[in-house]
Write a protein that binds this ligand. Structure first.
Ligand code: NA7
Length: 548
């Protein structure tokens, strides 16, 4: 068994940042990564057209000004291969690989209450012991597939967007099916449409999408961003979403239709996700939202020639951005091509896969390749994959049977020294997740630093703090439209999953203030102990309860 200070699970953006920061503090760190290489979701989501829908300059690490200056992004929204090159560059530049065990899947982690350490076991039986276990496993990293009857009889390849094969997938001249029209389905559709003989997109829910307005990054823009990078980062940190956009202080309902039109037009042409902030109340008031939704519906409609298709592809039954909208590059226009068709699975559900393709209640769709773009078991899927065992043999699965509960999205009562990066109850997917990741890791690193200075060995969230935080998360979301529709934000994406609103909707800036206040109050809502609670040492002093 190898002993380290911190065991980090996952070598994506979060795991690498945790490793870099903790190592700089003098900690010994072991990163375990199930995949054979770096990148987390960016390693796996290699589907055609995959790119980030946060701008490259903002979806990049902020911890090193030198890194910021030397890396040259080529496009406003980076493609998956470019992001993967960036992650590899970071790992090499800071010599991080030596601390990562690849192809190593954690199957169990158990807290030794007497010793105050986590023992982590891998699939192949190897074990590591660490004072802290830091989960950097991502929020959209456990794929989900409907699993239709007869899938094994299908003669062609079945692929999930989130575990795209590493071998070349040749779709040229093939008949291709895409099931799912979230960001992944919408991104791949126009790209695959150009090479496939025929593409059938199976849609369950029409979704809103704003044009990406992607463009090459010109030298002058690169120079300007780099000259003002600190100010840009500061602006992102102080914006509600971490994307740098400040909401319009005006209500959509205060403006006349004539006044709204140019505001929405400008947002449509350039802002991507920022569209939701074109007026401050778009996500707070249904009538305000309707003005935005109507505009977007009209814009979507203008892109589609066929009236029947236009009707089917236009989102109608949910508020704009109440579930995650997409940022697309030619999705709707792809349906004007003669080789692209839409199968509406609400009208004619999929019954089964057969050797030649997909049979719906209406007809057989003959296809050569089937691509699931059906999304993920969001937020908790990857946290609950392995057995994580806390006090008294309690597992995280048991603890979260009715939905996740956390203190600030980072810690769980009965699971001392388990630290979660961008866990349920933190802004995570309602923010620029990379900014939130760095923010939390810095906060957790400062906490570990304080523990070292004060000779404290164990940190644990209190149950009261958890309850209070979950109540606060639920209270905040009530003021928004997020609960007005099913989505992966509220556990509706997996049958039987507890219906709990997972991310924190109070914004990056508000969350940062709460974290700062918690630290200033001596880590309120946590108990910090100089020895493990159940340490047999007779000298063990009583727990040092900190103000709640
Ligand atoms: P998403 O956004 O969860 O989208 C999944 C899509 O798959 C969505 O359109 C679903 O329809 C659809 N889906 C799921 N199950 C089925 C079945 N059984 N039949 C038909 N359609 C189905 O995942 P993505 O991979 O696109 O994007 C994930 C994130 O990556 C995205 O949010 C960004 O953060 C980047 P539904 O809407 O549930 O009716």
């Amino acid at each position: 068994m190898t002993d380290v200070d911190v065991i980090v699970i996952g070598a994506g953006f979060a795991g690498l940042r945790a490793l870099y920061t903790l190592r700089n503090m003098g900690k010994t760190v072991q990163v375990l990564e199930a995949s054979p290489d770096l990148g987390g979701v960016w390693y796996h989501n290699g589907y055609p057209g995959a790119r980030c829908d946060v701008e490259s300059y903002d979806y990049s690490y902020s911890f090193s000004p030198e890194l910021e200056q030397e890396w040259r992004w080529t496009e406003r929204y980076a493609t998956q291969p470019e992001i993967l090159r960036y992650i590899n560059h970071v790992a090499d530049r800071f010599d991080l690989r030596q601390h990562i065990q690849f192809s190593t899947r954690m199957t169990r982690a158990a807290y030794d209450e007497a010793g105050g350490r986590w023992t982590v076991s891998a699939e192949d039986g190897r074990q590591w012991s660490g004072q802290f276990l830091m989960m950097c496993v991502g929020q959209l990293s456990t794929t989900k597939q409907p699993g239709y009857p007869g899938q094994e009889t299908f003669q062609g390849e079945v692929i999930h967007s989130g575990v795209w094969p590493k071998h070349p997938v040749d779709l040229a001249g093939k008949r291709v099916a895409i099931i799912g029209t979230g960001s992944s389905g919408m991104q791949m559709t126009p790209v695959i449409a150009k090479e496939a003989a025929h593409l059938t997109v199976f849609q369950r829910t029409a979704n809103y999408s704003i044009p990406a307005a992607n463009a090459p990054v010109l030298d002058e823009e690169d120079r300007q961003v780099k000259a003002n990078y600190r100010a840009r980062r500061e602006q992102a940190l102080n914006s509600p979403t971490g994307l740098g956009f400040m909401p319009n202080k005006k209500s959509a309902l205060e403006a006349t239709p004539e006044e709204r039109e140019p505001v929405y037009e400008a947002a449509w042409n350039r802002l991507g996700f920022g569209f939701a902030l074109a007026y401050y109340d778009i996500l707070l008031s249904k009538p305000a939202n309707d003005t935005a939704a109507d505009f977007i519906r009209r814009k979507i409609g203008e892109q589609i020639n066929d009236p029947v298709l236009r009707d089917k592809l236009t989102p109608k039954n949910h508020a704009f951005a109440a579930r995650r909208p997409s940022v697309d590059s030619g999705y709707f226009k792809a349906f004007n091509r003669p080789n692209v068709s839409l199968a509406d699975v609400r009208e004619a559900p999929i019954v089964e896969f057969v050797p030649e393709g997909i049979r719906t209640t209406e007809k057989l769709h003959p296809v050569d390749v089937i691509i699931y773009a059906t999304g993920f078991d969001a937020f908790t899927g990857s946290l609950l994959k392995a057995d994580i065992v806390g006090r008294r043999g309690l597992t995280l699965k048991q603890k979260w049977a009715d939905g996740p509960v956390t203190q600030l999205g980072v810690a769980v009562a009965d699971f001392p020294n388990l630290l979660i990066v961008c866990g349920p109850g933190s802004p995570s997917l309602l923010s620029n997740v990379l900014l939130s990741t760095e923010q939390q890791i810095d906060w957790l690193a400062a906490l570990i630093g304080k523990m070292d200075r004060d000779h404290l060995l164990e940190i644990e969230a209190t149950e009261q703090a958890e309850q209070d935080w979950v109540a606060h998360v639920n209270e905040r979301v009530k003021a928004t439209l997020y609960l007005s529709t099913d989505s992966y934000y509220n556990g509706a994406e997996v049958a039987g999953k507890p219906r709990v609103f997972m991310p924190y909707s109070g914004g990056v800036r508000g969350y940062r203030r709460i974290l700062a206040q918690c630290a200033a109050d001596g880590y309120s809502g946590f108990v910090l102990r100089p020895v493990a609670l159940n340490s047999p040492s007779p000298a063990a002093p009583a727990a040092q309860a900190l103000p709640a």
